[in-house]
Design a protein around this ligand. Structure first.
Ligand SMILES: Cc1ncc(COP(=O)(O)O)c(C=O)c1O
Length: 440
């Protein structure tokens, strides 16, 4: 079938996410290996956002594919009331890499389902109903998860589930407090949250959900004091802390989980994406001992037909083996520093690059129309203009795919990337930024 015929079939029958269908004109991808993907016309692209920030180990890893084939020949699915070797082994391996006493895993099919089940768990344990989450956040597209989400993807899901309360986290580049430092911005944000909780009634709040490093709302990296302050606030008020590591987990930030940067142990961690690097879908909600002890004697009223899917768990095991054997967490930390250096060079050179935030192989270029005032170029939700469309189109012509929206250009290559490959990708971004420079 030609690319034209495939595209015609696709656009006649496939419904795409988040967009009016008329505006969808996808590149039809055909195969992938390592950090590269090829379309059906044989064009090669650097995958500079790891699929959808999930292909952390890179495409077509042989160790994982072999493990999947082996499992498929044995048994692919086991009913959730039964045990299986892949499920037990993966849950144990997860407990070895998660911080503190996060040792007990409930398997789901993705990030949003993990959040749904965490909402249920914290409400059942505390008997309280309110859930706190940040304005600048994304937690998934199902009913509860989209209500916790702060960004505009929430609007179509409103009024959403009851009891969800939003708060502002620190955002030094657009600091409403006009602080002199990131530390001061964090301190004031924490003070504001403390006051909000006091006024709202701490005894009504079941949990605070955070992305320890904020993902699709701009890779916003808080200070240690801020995250530790939230933990303390939770402890003082009997509130549980849930860390959403769907995107920030599995080496993306240069550590196993983004929460590791802050020396904080949450009560629950939710995750997905890099758990299987997208080779097949799998998510997880991971409990600490407090949750485990409670649900040892009380039913956890939740279940999913595909929870603990044997093929998915075998894929997860093989993924963790790859992270360990190929030193991918260390590679993310070391090459992340190199990436940061290259991005700072772009910031120096381009008038439209306002800020660069990078942790491990997880970064964001924030565009501006004025480096001095930090005024936006596209604006929140493209309220001024859309620049990401032209930018990603140009990058694709240059042989690189990534995810960009509003004033954010997200960079999250597979953790196997080398410094030479980073150079090759940065050259293409350097070229494409002429488009945004020309808009000033
Ligand atoms: C922090 C965070 N939580 C939850 C989700 C939702 O995950 P999924 O699309 O697997 O449901 C995402 C997806 O990008 C995410 O970034």
């Amino acid at each position: 079938m030609t690319t034209g015929e495939l595209k015609k079939m696709d656009r006649s029958h496939v419904v795409y996410s988040w967009k009016a269908q008329r505006s969808v004109d996808p590149i039809i991808m055909d195969r992938a290996e390592g950090i590269y993907q090829w379309d059906t016309d044989g064009n090669k692209y650097i995958d500079f956002c790891s699929g959808l920030l999930n292909i952390n180990i890179g495409h077509s890893n042989k160790h994982v594919l072999d493990a999947m084939k082996k499992q498929m020949d044995k048994i692919t699915y086991v009913g959730t009331m039964f045990g299986s070797e892949p499920k037990a082994r993966l849950a144990k391996m997860i407990s070895e890499v998660t911080p503190g006493d996060l040792d007990y895993t409930f398997f789901t099919n993705g990030g949003a389902e993990s959040i749904e089940n965490a909402i249920k768990a914290v409400r059942l344990l505390t008997g309280r109903h309110k859930i706190y989450s940040m304005w600048r956040s994304y937690h998934g597209a199902t009913a509860g998860a989209i209500t916790l989400t702060g960004d505009p993807r929430r609007w179509a899901g409103e009024p959403g589930i009851p009891g969800v309360v939003k708060f502002f986290g620190p955002y030094p580049y657009h600091d409403i407090f006009e602080s002199d430092s990131e530390e001061e911005c964090s301190r004031k944000s924490l003070e504001m949250l403390k006051t909000q909780i006091m006024l709202d009634g701490p005894h009504t709040i079941a949990a605070i959900f955070i992305e320890p490093i904020i993902g699709t709302n701009g890779i916003i990296i808080p200070t240690r004091e801020y995250v530790q302050g939230i933990r303390q606030l939770c402890d003082e008020n009997g509130i549980l802390l849930v860390a959403d590591e769907t995107m920030g987990g599995w080496g993306r930030s240069g550590k196993w989980f983004s929460i590791n940067h802050f020396d904080v142990v949450p009560d629950i961690m939710t995750t997905a994406k890099g758990l299987t690097s997208g080779y097949v879908q799998l998510g997880a909600m991971i409990w600490n001992k407090k949750l485990w002890d409670h649900f040892y004697d009380h039913p956890f009223v939740g279940g999913l037909t595909y929870g603990g899917h044997a093929l998915a768990c075998a894929t997860g095991i093989a993924n963790i083996e790859v992270y360990r054997e190929e030193n991918l967490i260390e590679n993310s930390a070391v090459n992340g520093e190199y990436l940061n250096k290259k991005l700072l060079e772009l910031k120096e050179k381009h008038p439209s690059v306002g800020d660069v935030r990078c942790k491990g192989l997880w970064a964001c270029i924030e565009l501006t129309s004025d480096k001095k005032t930090h005024a936006p170029l596209a604006g929140f939700n493209d309220s001024i203009q859309n620049v990401s469309g032209a930018l990603t189109k140009r990058l694709a012509e240059l042989g690189l795919t990534l995810f960009a929206k509003w004033d954010f250009i997200f960079i999250a290559p597979p953790l196997i990337i080398t410094q030479d490959q980073i150079d090759e990708a940065i050259e293409k971004i350097d070229d494409a930024l002429n488009i945004t420079d020309a808009k000033i």
